[in-house]
Design a protein around this ligand. Structure first.
Ligand SMILES: Cc1ncc(COP(=O)(O)O)c(C=O)c1O
Length: 434
């Protein structure tokens, strides 16, 4: 059985007549005849265009924190949109959302709302440049900060193109990024303490911002080594550089206060999207009052849809629920059990594996013993990974075939879903081993 049934395949052919690759985001294209199309989703389950049901661990690349089509969020959105969706004026609901974000996210004193993670990082970078009067951005290989040109460098290119780790070559991840932007970007391997200190010593005073995902949510959920985020904090403080923590995947997912709370780290600015709205289009960036206060005083930020009512209402309902119930605690507990169960299965089959991330958002790299950066991760067995994902899909469990993309859990993944997933993986791993 293909991962794409006959209806998906014919929808792909039809879509490709009007949409490049037949999708609206390159990341949704798995290949010719093997790209599943969706019919609907509810709770922890997703049905493809052929009516097959899957336990969904993609969760739309992370936004779905409560569950698909979550009634309490949808009802709030429906109630609110009856009174209009867009006004080019500010309303109380968005003020309440901003208040809740500043209350929940330890480093955020002031915030501005946006519609997507790409927008949030783009704005944060502009504000950091405006605040420091500098132009260079330092980012880490394998991190993804959205599709804007400023940081779409050394994201998912083959690591062989990145040069020596002592003097990495920033590689644009797309045609169409102006060559001149190369002047404004420095790339480094994640968790490279020595390299980071060396670069900050030489260039720190010219660097506007160091931007990083707290754990590499776009490269196998690679964990920060103890002390690495703290080193970024210390060095950016020393050089007057803005520390931007990109919490688009971790925010409102790995703890109510995101990675700031989970890793006890205080950036200058942080960016959010995804779990903030349980799937609705809403994003945010915020941080120190001193930095955020420059917006509107010669620093431009805005957007017609930045307070779109469906997104704002969804964020309002999602944050209220996260505050009121032990949602993330429950997700983390179930996710940790899933991680431990998978580890046991790989160990029982003598397949080396490195599990990274937290229960709410984790990955595993096969055939390797140690992974601290994209260069290590690229040595993992991605072919075996894809085979396992395909075999698991035949048995009703869907994770992303791209091993860089974490498994995401939501509140509605039950203990029974975890059991079923582990049973499926026990079979799949044994089969892959044969
Ligand atoms: C860490 C991170 N930053 C930014 C983005 C961009 O977010 P969006 O897809 O909403 O533009 C993503 C998307 O996956 C992300 O994972």
């Amino acid at each position: 059985m293909s991962v794409a049934g006959p209806n998906s395949q014919s929808l792909q052919k039809r879509a490709q007549k009007v949409l490049p690759l037949g999708v609206n985001s390159n990341f949704r294209y798995w290949g010719e005849g093997i790209t599943p199309y969706v019919e609907k989703a509810k709770g922890a389950y997703l049905w493809d265009a052929d009516g097959r049901r899957f336990i969904d661990y993609r969760m739309a690349f992370g936004p779905i924190i409560l569950g698909h089509a979550y009634n309490e969020v949808d009802s709030k959105v429906i109630e609110e949109i009856k009174n209009g969706v867009l006004f080019a004026m500010t309303g109380e609901l968005e003020v309440e959302v901003a208040e809740m974000i500043t209350e929940m996210a330890p480093a955020v004193e002031m915030v501005r709302l946006a519609c997507s993670g790409t927008e949030a990082t783009m704005h944060a970078i502009r504000v950091a440049r405006a605040f420091t009067g500098r132009e260079i951005i330092l980012k880490f290989e394998g991190n993804y900060h959205g599709f804007q040109d400023h940081t779409l460098w050394s994201t998912y290119s083959p690591v062989e193109t990145y040069g020596n780790r002592r003097s990495p070559i920033p590689v644009p991840s797309s045609s169409g990024i102006p060559k001149s932007m190369r002047e404004f970007i420095i790339t480094l391997p994640f968790n490279d303490f020595e390299g980071f200190e060396r670069v900050m010593k030489s260039y720190g005073d010219q660097i506007a911002a160091v931007i990083t995902e707290p754990c590499q949510g776009n490269c196998g959920a690679i964990d920060p080594q103890p002390g690495f985020l703290e080193l970024i904090r210390q060095q950016t403080d020393e050089h007057g550089t803005v520390f931007i923590l990109d919490e688009v995947k971790t925010g409102f997912r790995i703890a109510n206060g995101g990675a700031q709370e989970y890793y006890r780290i205080t950036p200058d600015l942080a960016t959010y999207a995804k779990a903030l709205g349980n799937g609705y289009p809403v994003a945010a960036f915020g941080g120190k009052r001193e930095i955020m206060s420059i917006i509107g005083h010669g620093v431009a930020q805005g957007g017609t849809y930045t307070n779109n009512k469906p997104g704002i209402a969804a964020a309002y309902a999602t944050l209220k629920l996260l505050k009121a119930r032990p949602i993330i605690e429950t997700i983390q507990k179930r996710g940790k059990r899933l991680m431990a169960g998978l580890k046991d299965i790989f160990d029982d089959n003598s397949i080396p594996v490195v599990l990274s991330g937290t229960g709410a958002m984790f990955s595993f790299a096969l055939g390797v013993e140690n992974v601290t950066c994209q260069r290590d991760w690229s040595k993992s067995d991605q072919v075996m990974y894809v085979k396992m994902v395909e075999a698991a899909m035949e048995r009703g469990v869907m994770s992303d075939p791209d091993a860089r993309e974490p498994w995401f859990l939501c509140y509605e993944h039950s203990e029974a879903d975890i059991d079923e997933t582990l049973n499926v993986y026990a079979e799949v791993v044994k089969q892959a081993k044969r």
